[in-house]
Write a protein that binds this ligand. Structure first.
Ligand SMILES: Nc1nc2c(ncn2[C@@H]2O[C@H](COP(=O)(O)OP(=O)(O)O)[C@@H](O)[C@H]2O)c(=O)[nH]1
Ligand SMILES: [Mg+2]
Length: 290
């Protein structure tokens, strides 16, 4: 995802969990309070010439790494896309800001995974872990912290190693130079160039289109399923209706019996009428003879 910029400028994106110290570190690196310290809601860029090089820092929203709106984050992807646009044509490094003085939480290690998943392995190769609140640990504590396996794993996943600062106090120029030297060395190791925002955005768009296609296919499948269920119910209803009609209709034998019974009654009626006529005839005959 990297592309060659050929520019002497560096664009660095600060990433980290809420309250990690991104805004404070950005202001300290630039030596001016240019980013407001109140809760950051949008990614924005500020530029300063440091040691003859144009350094642009992109501060990111408090909840960039949280996709859950309940945490204050915006719908997945929106903040990150805005961050990438602010860093266009692309950052030369990502600074993953991690505060010192507390054990590494699962969220911090999760942040590294987040970078890998959302920005790709290339972004991890151009990430420096920037530890803040350096003044809170002694040299001995710092050394012991660095020797811990989970810390080594965290730093090992990032191509640019680590750097520690106290951003509450003014960061000394030499510390900034040291950090920028790490970024430069990292860029050189990678063959130069910056993370390509356009490729990132194109990949985002492609993923978005794929998600839309997948949901369109899901919608068609859902409609087909509804139609299949409807037809099944209709067939069931017709079968029951036919059964009900069959139960109500007399059987063939019953109908033949009924028909036979009717004919018999008719024959009986004729026979009765004939008999009556015969009896009536024999009874009346003597009167007519006279
Ligand atoms: N002591 C000390 N406090 C710091 C340092 N960096 C940040 N802070 C404090 O940590 C809090 C959160 O910092 P902020 O930059 O707003 O965090 P963000 O949410 O990552 O931007 C603020 O009160 C800062 O003053 C540091 O290096 N040392
Ligand atoms: Mg902030």
């Amino acid at each position: 995802m990297a592309s060659s910029s050929g520019s002497a400028a560096f664009r660095l994106v600060l990433l980290g969990l809420p309250g990690a110290g991104k805004t404070t570190a950005a202001n300290a690196i630039l030596g001016r309070d240019v980013f407001p310290e109140c809760a950051t809601t949008n990614s924005s860029m500020q530029t300063q010439i440091i040691g003859g090089r144009s350094i642009s820092l992109i501060d990111t929203p408090r909840f960039l790494m949280s996709s859950s709106p309940s945490d204050g984050g915006r719908p997945s992807g929106e903040d990150l896309e805005q961050c990438m646009c602010a860093a266009a044509p692309g950052p030369h490094a990502f600074l993953l800001v991690v505060p010192l003085g507390r054990p590494l939480s699962a969220e911090v290690t999760g942040a590294v995974e987040w970078i890998g998943q959302r920005l790709g392995e290339d972004a991890l190769r151009m990430t420096v872990v920037l530890f803040t609140r350096r003044e809170r640990v002694t040299r001995r504590e710092w050394d012991s912290f660095l020797s811990r396996q989970e810390v080594r794993d965290l730093i090992g996943r990032c191509g640019g190693g680590c750097h520690a600062v106290n951003s509450k106090a003014e960061i000394e120029a030499c510390q900034v130079t040291e950090l920028l030297e790490k970024v430069r060395a990292m860029a050189e190791k990678r063959g130069g160039g910056h993370y390509a925002t356009d490729k990132f955005l194109a990949a985002q768009k492609k993923a978005e289109a794929e998600r839309e296609d997948a949901s369109a296919v899901e919608e068609v499948a859902r409609r087909l399923e509804v139609e299949r269920e409807r037809q099944e119910e209709e067939t069931q209803r017709l079968v029951l209706e036919r059964r009900r009609r069959e139960m109500e209709r007399p059987s063939k034998e019953e109908s033949q019996q009924v028909a036979r019974g009717g004919r018999q009654q008719q024959q009986d009626a004729w026979w009765m009428a004939e008999r009556c006529a015969a009896v009536a005839g024999s009874f009346m005959a003597p009167f007519f003879k006279r």
